[in-house]
Design a protein around this ligand. Sequence first.
Ligand code: NAD
Length: 251
Amino acid sequence: MSGRLKGKIAVVTAAGQGIGRAIAEAFAAEGAVVHASDLDLAKLEGLNAEKAALDVLSNEAVATYAASVGQVDILANVAGFVHHGTVLDCSDKDWDFSFDLNVKSMHRTIRAFLPGMLDRAAEQGSSGSIINLSSGASSLKGAPNRYVYGATKAAVIGLTKSVAADFVARGIRCNAICPGTVRSPSWEARVEDLGRNVGGKDKAMELFVSRQPMGRVGEPTEIAALAVYLAADESAFTTGTAIPIDGGWTL
Ligand code: NAD
C-alpha cells in the first residue's frame, strides 16, 4: 500500500536513528510531508524530509520549532532514553533527566503543536493524530533494571490517555506504542554494556532475545508500520490506546 498519509503533514522527534528514523521514512513513503528533527542534525542526513536540529529538553527550542513548522496532522514523539538500574542506582539527577526527556518532552511538543493541530482538524474536517513512544517496560510490565525508565514509560501511557480524553471530541486522537526490544543503535550499545557483565556480546544478545517468546528482537520498520496505521485515517476509531508490539514479551 502507499499514499495512506497523502495530504498529511507530520512531525517526528528523534528521527535520526532507530525507531524515529524508520517512522520518518515510513511516513514519507506513505505520502506525508515530514518534518524530521533530532538533537543531532547530522543523523538526519538522507531522510526524505524537512530537517532540523531540535533538543526536546528545551521549552524555547520546541516552541520556536513549532511556530516555524506551523499546523500539522501528525505528531510522533519518539525521543527517549534508557537508564539502566534499580531504584538504588537512580539518583535524583537520573530521575529528573529521565522524566524530562521521556515524559516532559511530550508535554512540551504537545503544548506547542496541539493548538495548530486543533485548528487544522477543524478547518479541514480531518483528524489529527499524536503518537507517543512508550514501552512494554511501563505499566504493562516490570522489567529488571528498568526502574526509572519503566516509571517514565508508564507516565507516557497516562499522559496519552489524558490527552485522548480531553480532545476526543475535537478531532484529535492520541495513542501510545509499547515496543519490546527493538534493534536500534542505542540497543546495540546496551547489548555491548550487558556483554561486559555476562561474558560477552553473544550471551547478552541471547538474554535480550530470550525475553521475547517469538525468539527474536523487533525491527524499527515493524514499529513504523504501527505508527503509520495510527497516523492514518484507517485508525480513525482508535484513541487512548497503549498498543504492545513486542514479540509476545508482555503476554
Ligand atoms: P535510539 O535510542 O537509538 O535513538 C535515540 C535518538 O534520540 C537519537 O537519534 C538521539 O540523537 C535522539 N535524542 C537524544 N536526546 C535527544 C533530545 N534531547 N532531543 C531530541 N532528540 C534526542 O532510538 P530507539 O532505541 O529506536 O528508541 C526510540 C524510542 O523508542 C525511545 O523513546 C525508546 O524509549 C523507545 N523504545 C525503544 C525500544 C528499543 O528496544 N529500541 C523499546 C521500547 C521503546
